[in-house]
Design a protein around this ligand. Structure first.
Ligand SMILES: [Zn+2]
Ligand SMILES: [Zn+2]
Ligand SMILES: [Zn+2]
Length: 500
């Protein structure tokens, strides 16, 4: 026990460099494992964790660099790209023969995704590769990936099903059989201590066992990396064991922010008082409660009991994201009983007068038929007026289905010069709805606001001074929020200027 605590604690402090946090070793009363508590009051935008982790690119397209998870551009200097290229080439020495032997196809037959196989190979490579002859930044990255492994021992694992476990085990056996014996021996030496220190039972001492354990940890605690300039675009996925110590809430006080080079930071979204636990979100915060809970139960194996899930009425827009509007007055309905499933026909929804509604009561089947009607109308909505009709009659503006329809509409209209104005309007409406559903400094929200503002600026008629100054002051306000959550000098912040 003591050894395990030391390993995780050392990794935490090495990665964090912020001593005002308390990493609580005691198990959470609700069984959620570790928790991170602020030792003193933290200002908005405080960096509480910074970690490189060990991840692999999310896309197979080749547009994303497998080492730094950014899009390399043609304007970058050769010397800037050299470390990425050197490290990628080193990994290819093991990867290429396996690819040629058709190993990836063979493994996919066991239902194992390609990203997991790439991550396994990256970890195995850490044992087989030395830092000799690598440029200093590449050697540092290699060492950071190795360090990550030492933080993993404390992590819980999950196996969504026996089928998954069998598939992953078979794939690991086949992979290990396909590797050169010297590589297997080196990887076993490096990785076995991980199983021996973790609390997951007796170890058989095999590399297969370590690989299955890593897959289970990734299932439970994997994090995604986003493009530094595009917080809504996932570029990589992998192990971030220190960040994984921070628990989940659907009403988080911290956000995970991606930095260039695939580094992640946890930053506070507002003032956090001393003694408060820090939370990030593991799900899309715009999802309705039932969907957030189902997602967390399936992927992370826990039932969320966060403040927002327990007190949905304290979040005025919680109902609007998932419920139809009242047929009489247009306000979002709420289930009459908080425990309602919506599937039992004796249940009802109410247009609560204390929330400003008309008091109408509607049956569960009427709620479902309004949702079905809206879903059908939106799936065929090719024009802004069709979405506006649904918002006027069936759904609140903030409903998840409306936001999805507006994003589809934006993508279609934006292709055509003549429809740019309509496209811009869709984006602005999504940004406005998002701002009611997520915290003010939420990185994904800031990207939507930026896209909406940039296209409004591109459309603004030249010479209209009042328009220009209004857009400029909105840009200044957006920039100051972005500086708080991303930090000064972050590429997302640097791009926030209108092209002339
Ligand atoms: Zn790179
Ligand atoms: Zn929750
Ligand atoms: Zn009403």
């Amino acid at each position: 026990m003591a050894a395990r605590t030391e390993v995780a604690g050392a990794a935490a402090y090495a990665a964090v460099g912020v001593a005002e946090l308390l990493w609580d070793e005691s198990r959470h009363p609700l069984g959620a494992g570790w928790r991170v508590v602020a030792k003193k009051e933290l200002a908005p935008g405080t960096v509480v964790v910074r970690e490189i982790g060990c991840a692999v690119a999310a896309s197979e397209s080749g547009a994303i660099c497998p080492v730094c998870f950014d899009m390399h551009t043609s304007t970058q200097e050769e010397s800037e790209l050299a470390p990425c290229r050197a490290l990628a080439a080193r990994e290819q020495r093991i990867l290429a023969p396996l690819m040629q032997a058709g190993l990836f196809d063979e493994l996919q037959a066991y239902g194992v995704d390609r990203q997991l196989v790439l991550l396994w190979l990256r970890v195995i490579n850490l044992a087989a590769t030395t830092s000799d002859d690598l440029p200093a930044p590449a050697a540092a990255r290699l060492q950071a990936w190795r360090d990550t492994l030492w933080g993993l021992a404390h992590q819980d694992v999950s196996a969504p099903s026996d089928t998954w476990l069998n598939g992953v085990t078979m794939a690991a056996v086949v992979l290990v059989q396909g590797l050169p014996p010297a590589v297997v021996a080196a990887a076993t030496d490096l990785l076995l201590p991980l199983v021996q220190q973790s609390s997951h039972g007796e170890s058989s001492g095999s590399l297969v066992e370590v690989l299955v354990l890593l897959a289970g940890m990734l299932n439970r605690n994997g994090y995604s990396v986003r493009a530094a300039r595009e917080p809504n675009r996932e570029t990589a996925w992998g192990h971030f064991p220190v960040i994984a110590l921070v628990n989940h809430s659907c009403h988080p006080n911290c956000a995970v922010v991606s930095r260039p080079g695939g580094e992640l930071e946890v930053r506070t979204l507002g003032t956090v008082r001393a003694g408060a636990e820090l939370f990030v979100s593991y799900v899309d915060l715009t999802l309705p409660r039932a969907e957030r809970q189902a997602h967390l139960l399936a992927s992370k194996e826990f039932t969320c009991t966060c403040y927002r899930c327990q007190h949905p009425d304290a979040f005025p827009h919680e109902h609007e994201a998932s419920m139809p509007s009242c047929p009489q007055c247009g306000l979002a309905l709420r289930w009459t009983q908080t425990s309602a499933s919506g599937k039992d026909d004796t249940e009802t929804a109410t247009c609560y007068s204390d929330a400003g509604g008309c008091g109408a009561v509607v049956t569960a089947s009427a709620v479902q038929s309004r949702l079905t009607e809206a879903r059908e109308a939106l799936s065929q909505a090719g024009e802004p007026s069709a979405v506006a009709d649904v918002v006027g009659s069936l759904l609140p503006e903030e409903h998840a289905l409306v936001m999805q329809a507006r994003l589809r509409l934006f993508a279609r209209l934006n292709k055509d010069e003549a429809h740019r104005e309509g496209a811009q309007e869709q984006l602005a409406k999504v940004a406005a709805s998002l701002s009611r559903l997520v915290p003010t400094l939420w990185p994904e929200l800031l990207e939507f606001e930026w896209l909406a503002l940039r296209s409004a600026h591109a459309l603004a008629c030249e010479g209209d001074q009042s328009d220009a100054s209004r857009l400029n002051s909105r840009l200044t306000a957006l920039r100051s929020r972005a500086e708080r959550i991303f930090g000064l000098g972050h590429p997302f912040v640097e791009q926030l200027q209108f092209s002339t």
